[in-house]
Structure formats: structure tokens, C-alpha cells
Write a protein that binds this ligand. Structure first.
Ligand code: SF4
Length: 701
């Protein structure tokens, strides 16, 4: 019996609510007493779960769970209300804002945690029900730089163009800016197998993370110097004749500019920029260049920078120059972070995009989608503002005045978060759909209580591009609605009911299939039944007879205009902020094993908060000594934007010139109060990973 179809002895196969690894899990019991186990038959996690997955059921019957809509009353307090009241208030909020300021005064902020069906419907709701161009989502803060780079280089963005199982067979892996041992522990089984098979792992990270500790070679680079390191490696590939001339000539364009750019990144210079010893750079280049198979994988480290796209392109250049792309156990991949970070960026909740990874400024794409939606092409708005730009313009002239936030906690996850909090307060109307009263929901005029992962059916697309199915294990609590029901009812109140007549989630998926047909991310051949039969289906899948596409580029062709992969010559540029006399340290941010994203769920789970009760600022022992600090002392960390107080963790696992902060907390301890909103010019990704900071000891009264 297939593991995704079986439902025996009260065991239901579904998937973890958190990260993009989307571990298969089995749930038994009731919603109030659910028991979770890893699904050994799901071929991605193969039964393994991390602590977040094991404890995920606690959110289902949590005492703080929202089970009724909340509406802000005249005295400014949120109070329980009926769905009719809450939905009417939302419809009026949007109507009034648009009547006063125009169509684009309505805004939608989505999430990389939403199912494909919700993602698709949210994009349609923005364009058809509200007629606004302003829709974007928190994935803009997560994978957008790698996505943009993949599109530029390969003509397509699928995080991993191969199944994770291929990792075990790679002779060498270069992993840049990803701490998978903490963020996706079950993925480590493939890296462990790779090293057992005699493979080598090179980790690039300013921290000696748990993953870096498992590496053959760790390059502890200066934050913000990734492109210099990549160009330095390219320099050595050319100098030592490791490049694959045949692949470059037959399958790519643009290498000569890359060759000439790399000429000035000689090892001594790269050591000066990156802080990585010349010998280590040469050793890494030798390992990569002499390997028969090699993978280059990026995480948020190089991506969440104001030159994130260039950083990724510089590493893709190496994969192309070595002829790795499309070869067995080889190539470039991005390790997507959010649960549906991949599907979330394919189906139209991005400001510049329509379903199927279509571009909103492409006339043929607009006509196709308009036909599926039953509207005129001209009715589809043009591209709107990207996530941070939309948030920063809230309540301002030309900005959004009424907003619906679905499954995102922007007060915690946005850079310069206190400014975003102030902007949210300036809105005429704010609605939030979530299952807890997040820091963002606390500011809303209307809060909709949403169904959770185990309470609704829907598809997700994991980091491999494998479309999987989450089964509904339990009915939602009384008073709770799914986001799909919410959008359909709200659309009806906005007089667009005829475009939102779905009997089930499957109906939404069937329309999504039509909408994506012929697009880059083509789901037209995927059915719920096929997903169950095959343990997931890799897109593109162009017909019901098509089994899907686990590996891309195996024929050496690329969906670019030329049919070849495109090199991009990039120069290293300093981050938007570098340390100065006033702000002498780098500040970088990241994730912890026991917490997830803005912490709305994981900060409410006892076992997880016990593991990480508060954010600790990591400081090197020499830095601590310099500032007269000891383990457990408190410091003010200050940047040009704000200051916040943190307890310190003294550890040699961080560079002397760098402070690390986890970003899962809100309020006074929000790391994102301090981060820089400098945006990448292409992906509009904020520079979460590097800014300049100063610290001072807190003298308790
Ligand atoms: Fe798996 Fe990610 Fe869930 Fe952990 S958080 S159990 S790695 S899907």
C-alpha cells in the first residue's frame, strides 16, 4: 500500500507544517491528543523528523489558539465577533480605502507557508476581487535572490534541479551560507552518507555552525564577501585549467566576460577581502576542480544581501564553468527555506508574477491567465510593489491603505521592524488571518482564525520541486475557517462571487493546473491521485501521461532565449553597511534548531522554548574580553536603525569582528529592529545578513 494513500488504524499520512524539507509524517489520535511519527515510507526524510516536527501537534489544541474572529471595538480593543461581522468589516475596509485612494490602495501580504492552492487563490483574489497590483509575500525575504539568479542563468528557478537523494553521490559539495544541521536536520542524512561514501564537504559560513563542524573544510569568510570568494575560486579554476571547455562552448554563453573578471581575483587579494586564508581558497578550488561530480548549494547566507543575486550568480558561474549542471550528482541548487517557499513563488502571490511562474508583463501570459479567470486581459493589474517597498509605503501617499496579511508575521520578519510596526499603525484598515495572535495580528482591526496544516487538504512543493499532498487529519475547531473559505466569502462581499465558486480544495487545484499549463512551472499533468501514487510529482509535469521531471537540464538545454545557460560576470561589492569607527562590528542573523521563522508557532511550544527561551547574541571570547563581558552578561546592540538588549553567549564559533543574533523573537528582542532594509536591485531582497553594529555592556540598576 502506498504511504500517501493509506489511512489505517487512525494513521493519516501528511507533512510537517514548517520548513521546505516537508518531512513526511503520520498523525494518529485526535486533534486534542494528536501523536506524530516520522513517515519512513516517504522517500525524502525517510522517517526522520527534527524536534520542531515531533512537537508540531502542540499547536493544534494550544490554549492560545484563535477560534473566533476578533474585531477591534470603539475603545480600541480586539473582541470576539461573528464571521459575518468580521468579513463585512473587512469588505468595508477595502471598499472605503479603494473608493478614496484608488484600486492600489488595497494590499495583500502572503506567505511561503501557504499551500499552492491558497497561494494561487490569494493571487487571484488580489487581481480579480480587489483589482490591485499590490500583492507580495514573505518569500521575498527568503529565497528571492536565488530565484532571480536561477532565472537569469538557467531560464528557470527550481530550488534543487535534482532529488535530495543525489546529494549522497556527490564527490564534493560546496555549501554556502546554510546551517542545515540545525535548520533541516533530517537533510543531514544525505550529507552524512556522502561523507561515508568518501565525499568531501566544504562549508562557507562566518560562523563555525554545527554544519561547518561536520565539514572537511570550513571557509569562515567575512560577512558580505561571498562574490569575492566565488570569483577567487573561478580565478583558480581558469588558472589551473579545471574548467570544462567543451560544456562551456556547447551549452553556455558569456564565459569570456567571466574569465576576464575573474582574472583580477587572485588568491592574495581574495584573502584580503574575505579573510579566508589563501591556502584554504586554493584547497577548496582544488577539491572542486578535480572532482568527477560536485554540487554547489546556497542558503540564505549569500542570498539575503543587497548583492544577493550577484552572489548567487557568481557561484552558478563556477557550476557552469566546471560543466556540472545537468550531470549526475552534480549542479547548482538553492536550499529553499520556507515550507512552501518553492510553490509559494510559482503561483502568483509575487507582485510581478502570474501562476505557472509566468511574468505579469508578458502579454501572452496575461491572456492565458485572463482566459482561465474569465476576465479581460486588461483587467489584470500590472506589477505592484515588492514586499518591503509595499510595507514601507503603507499609509503613505501612493501606498496601501487597507491590507490583508495571510500567514505572515511582518512585524517580526521584516527588516527595520519597528518602522514597519509604525507603518502598519498608519493603515486605515488591517486584517490578519492566522491561528495565533501574532505580533502583527495584535495590530489588526480584524483577525480571522485560520485552520492549521493538519486540518485542511492541499499541496505543497518541497525544496526539490516535488509537489506533495497534505491530507486533512482532523476537522478544524468550531469557529475556525480555512483561508480558501475566507477568500471566497470575502470575494462574494466584494461582488466577485462568480469568480470564486469552488466546492473543494481540489477544485482550486484543478484551476491552478489549467492556469499553469504551458508555463515554466507547469502543474497541468499533476493530480492528487498521481501525487499519492508516486510519492510526489516533480514539476514540470505537462500531461497526465507525464510522470514529472525529477532532474532538470540533463539534455544540456536550458529554457533561455538561446537555449544555453547564461554566465554573468559580477564584481564583488561591499555590503550597504560595513563596520566603521562608530559601528565597529558586523551583525549577522540566522536561525536556531528549536525555533522557526518569526516564532509565532514555535515560541508557543514548551519543549522548544525550553531549548531556546530567549535570543542570545553570539560573541567571540576575544571580543567579549575587549568589551569587558562575561558569559551571560547583557549588552545593548545598536545599529543606525535601533537598539535592543540581549544576553550574550560567548563562543569561539563566531568571527571576532561579528555578532550573531537569531531572528525568531519579536518586541524588544527582535533582531530585525536592527537589520538593514537595503534591497538587492533585482530581487528586492533586504540585506538581513550583514550590517554594522556596536555593543555596550548593560549596567543593571
Ligand atoms: Fe522536517 Fe523541516 Fe519539519 Fe524539521 S521543520 S521536521 S526538518 S520539515
Amino acid at each position: 500500500m502506498n504511504q500517501l494513500t493509506h489511512k489505517y488504524e487512525n494513521l493519516i499520512a501528511t507533512h510537517c507544517p514548517y520548513c521546505a524539507f516537508q518531512c513526511g509524517m503520520l498523525i494518529a489520535g485526535t486533534r486534542d491528543e494528536a501523536v506524530i511519527s516520522g513517515n519512513a515510507e516517504f522517500p525524502v526524510n525517510r522517517g526522520a523528523l527534527c524536534v520542531k516536527g515531533w512537537t508540531a501537534a502542540e499547536t493544534l489544541n494550544h490554549p492560545e489558539r484563535l477560534t473566533t474572529p476578533l474585531v477591534r471595538n470603539k475603545s480600541g480593543r480586539l473582541e470576539p465577533a461573528s464571521w459575518n461581522t468580521a468579513l463585512s468589516r473587512a469588505a468595508i475596509g477595502f471598499h472605503e480605502a479603494q473608493a478614496k485612494y484608488g484600486r492600489d490602495a488595497a494590499g495583500i501580504f502572503g506567505s511561503g507557508a501557504l499551500t499552492n492552492e491558497k497561494t494561487y487563490l490569494l493571487g487571484k483574489f488580489a487581481r480579480v476581487a480587489l483589482g490591485t497590483s499590490n500583492i507580495d509575500y514573505n518569500g521575498r525575504f527568503c529565497m528571492s535572490s536565488a530565484a532571480a539568479a536561477g532565472n537569469k542563468a538557467f531560464g528557470i528557478d527550481r530550488g534543487l534541479p535534482f532529488p535530495v537523494a543525489d546529494i549522497a553521490d556527490a564527490e564534493v559539495i560546496l555549501l554556502i551560507g546554510s546551517n542545515i544541521a540545525e535548520t533541516m536536520p533530517p537533510l543531514m542524512q544525505y550529507f552524512d552518507a556522502q561523507r561515508r561514501n568518501g565525499g568531501k564537504l566544504i562549508v562557507v559560513d562566518p560562523r563555525t555552525s554545527t554544519t561547518a563542524q561536520a565539514a572537511t573544510l570550513h571557509l569562515r569568510l567575512t560577512p558580505g564577501s561571498d562574490a569575492a570568494l566565488a570569483n577567487g575560486l573561478m580565478h583558480l579554476m581558469v588558472r589551473d585549467e579545471w574548467i570544462d571547455e567543451e560544456f562551456i562552448l556547447g551549452n553556455t554563453v558569456g564565459f569570456e566576460q567571466v574569465r576576464s573578471t575573474a582574472a583580477s581575483y587572485w588568491p592574495e587579494r581574495v584573502e584580503r577581502i574575505t579573510g579566508v586564508p589563501e591556502a584554504q581558497i586554493i584547497e577548496a578550488a582544488r577539491m572542486l576542480g578535480s572532482a568527477k561530480s560536485a554540487m554547489i548549494l546556497t542558503g540564505r547566507g549569500p542570498e539575503q544581501q543587497s548583492q544577493g543575486v550577484n552572489n548567487v550568480l557568481a557561484f552558478i558561474n563556477i557550476a557552469l564553468a566546471l560543466g556540472l549542471v545537468g550531470k549526475p550528482a552534480s549542479g547548482y541548487g538553492c536550499l529553499t527555506g520556507q515550507g512552501n517557499g518553492q510553490g509559494g513563488r510559482e503561483h502568483g502571490q509575487k507582485a510581478d508574477q502570474l501562476p505557472g511562474y509566468r511574468k505579469i508583463d508578458d502579454t501572452a501570459a496575461r491572456e492565458h491567465i485572463a482566459a482561465v479567470w474569465g476576465i479581460a486581459e486588461e483587467e489584470i493589474p500590472k506589477a505592484g510593489k515588492s514586499a518591503y517597498e509595499m510595507l514601507d509605503a503603507m499609509g503613505q501617499s501612493g501606498g496601501v491603505r487597507a491590507m490583508l496579511v495571510m500567514g505572515s508575521n511582518v512585524v517580526v520578519s521584516s527588516p527595520r521592524s519597528e518602522r514597519i510596526r509604525e507603518r502598519l499603525k498608519k493603515l486605515d484598515f488591517l486584517a490578519v488571518s492566522d491561528f495565533f495572535l501574532s505580533e502583527t495580528a495584535e495590530l489588526a482591526d480584524v483577525v480571522f482564525p485560520a485552520a492549521q496544516w493538519a486540518e485542511e487538504e492541499g499541496t505543497m512543493t518541497n525544496l526539490e520541486g516535488r509537489v506533495i499532498l497534505r491530507h486533512r487529519a482532523f476537522a478544524p475547531p468550531d469557529g475556525v475557517m480555512t483561508d480558501i473559505e475566507l477568500l471566497c466569502r470575502l470575494a462574494a462581499l466584494l461582488d466577485r462571487a462568480e469568480y470564486f465558486t469552488y466546492e473543494s480544495t481540489r477544485d482550486v487545484f484543478d484551476e491552478l493546473r489549467q492556469a499553469t499549463a504551458g508555463g515554466l512551472a507547469d502543474y497541468s499533468g499533476i493530480t492528487y491521485e498521481k501525487i499519492e501514487d508516486q510519492n510526489g510529482v516533480f514539476w514540470p509535469c505537462k500531461s497526465e501521461a507525464d510522470a514529472g521531471t525529477p532532474r532538470l537540464f540533463t539534455d544540456g538545454r536550458f529554457p533561455t532565449k538561446s537555449g544555453r545557460a547564461q554566465f554573468h560576470a559580477v564584481q564583488h561589492q561591499a555590503p550597504a553597511e560595513v563596520p566603521t569607527a562608530r559601528f565597529p562590528l558586523y551583525l549577522t542573523t540566522g536561525r536556531l534548531l528549536s525555533q522557526y521563522q518569526s516564532g509565532t508557532q514555535t515560541r508557543r511550544i514548551g519543549q522548544l522554548t525550553k531549548m531556546s527561551p530567549e535570543p542570545l547574541a553570539e560573541l567571540h571570547p576575544q571580543t567579549a574580553r575587549r568589551y569587558g563581558l562575561a558569559q551571560g552578561d547583557k549588552v545593548w546592540i545598536e545599529t543606525k536603525r535601533d537598539a535592543a538588549k540581549f544576553k550574550i553567549k560567548v563562543t569561539p564559533n563566531i568571527r571576532e569582528d561579528t555578532v550573531f543574533l537569531p531572528f525568531h523573537w519579536g518586541g524588544a528582542q527582535a533582531a530585525n529592529r536592527l537589520t538593514n532594509a537595503a534591497l538587492d536591485p533585482i530581487s528586492r531582497m533586504p540585506e538581513f545578513k550583514v550590517c554594522a553594529a556596536r555593543i555596550s555592556k548593560v549596567i543593571e540598576e
